[in-house]
Every structure is written in structure tokens, then in C-alpha cells.
Design a binder for this molecule. Sequence first.
Ligand SMILES: C[S@@+](CC[C@H](N)C(=O)[O-])C[C@H]1O[C@@H](n2cnc3c(N)ncnc32)[C@H](O)[C@@H]1O
Length: 200
Amino acid sequence: MQNDVAEWEARYASHEDGLFSGNVNGPLPVEVSGLAPGRALDVGCGEGADAIWLAGNGWETTGLDVSTVALERAAAAAEAAGVQVTWVAAGVAEAFGTFDLVAAHYPAIKRSAGEPELAALLRLVAVGGTLLVVGHGPPNPEFARSRGFDPADYLLPDTLAPHLGPDWEIVVHEQRPRVRPTPAGSPWTHDDVLRARRLT
Ligand SMILES: C[S@@+](CC[C@H](N)C(=O)[O-])C[C@H]1O[C@@H](n2cnc3c(N)ncnc32)[C@H](O)[C@@H]1O
């Protein structure tokens, strides 16, 4: 985990003008617009665009990330946008509370022995609440490995879905073309979207 944190800090620090676009991820408005706003947690919020969008759309929002560099940028962007977001520097396994929406877009959350990250992601969703996890598609493990990671090591829709037992209703689990195209050279033309509701 410490290595991951250092890697993310270095990655954000090496992109002084921002690692990501600052735009809300396409699937978030699509999946969330029909839900009544409540308490939302954006897991792996990065530079905060999704959390800021949620706060601007009536959600009482917390953004959680392991990178303090990213969170400083997120806080500045929220201030510029005139919205209130609570920023928490921690890994998902250390997060607490329950939320009506737990969202994670391209989360890069590494699994570890005993799956504390998976358990946390599920317990953070309040009864009646929604879990929304979005990854890249279509699956291309060879390309991922060429970039230095194995998708099976991460919490992604396909690794999560089998763990959603009778306490959960899977509302959406599908791949669809990205709203905004990925950078040239990326084979990930689609989003892998998992939206589930906690029943009990
Ligand atoms: C690919 S970025 C996506 C950022 C943001 N969701 C977006 O779409 O712009 C993945 C983010 O997950 C964060 N991250 C990695 N491991 C984490 C963990 N265990 N808990 C919380 N955040 C984590 C990284 O610091 C990084 O900001």
C-alpha cells in the first residue's frame, strides 16, 4: 500500500497542470441523475472532478484518495467552483461511515490478502444505497500488463460483481462506448459500468 501511495503521489506531482481533464466522468451523471441526492462518497477521487459534480448536484459529498497532491488540487478546484466537499486522505480500507452513494471511477484500488478493500467498499454503502464502479473496457489484460499491471489485482466491476450476494440487486452491469474518447493509442474504447443497490 505504501508503494502505491508513493507511486500515485509521484504521478500527480509529475503533472503540474493536472493529471486528469477536470471534467466529470461520463457515466456518473448518466447513472446518478435518477437518484435522490443524499450522502455520497467518491472513492479514489483524484483531482476531484466527480466529487465536485456531485456536490454541485445536491449531494453531501466526501472525496477520498490516498494522494495528498491530488486532494490539494481537488480542494482548490472545489473552492473555485464554489462547492463544499469534505476531502479525506486515506485508503478505502480505512474509510468509515455509510453513504447513499459510493462511486469509484477507474479506481486503481489494489486488492490485498483478506480483501479488506473489497469489504470496505461494500460496507460503506448504506442499506438502500447505491454502489457505482466504473472501469475500462473491453478487457485487455495483455495491454494492461504491458503498462505494468494486472487487472485481476484490482477492484473492478468484474472482480466485484461475483461478491454481490443476495443483499444486493445488480441494476446495471454492462460495457458501453465511452462518452469521451480515451487518448490515442488506448484500446479502452468502452466503460465497464457496475451499478448495484444494497437491499439489506
Ligand atoms: C486512475 S485514478 C482515477 C481518479 C478519478 N476517479 C478520476 O476518474 O479522475 C485512481 C485514483 O485512485 C487512487 N487510489 C489508489 N489506491 C487507492 C486506495 N486504496 N484507496 C483510495 N484511493 C486510491 C489514486 O491515488 C488515484 O487518484
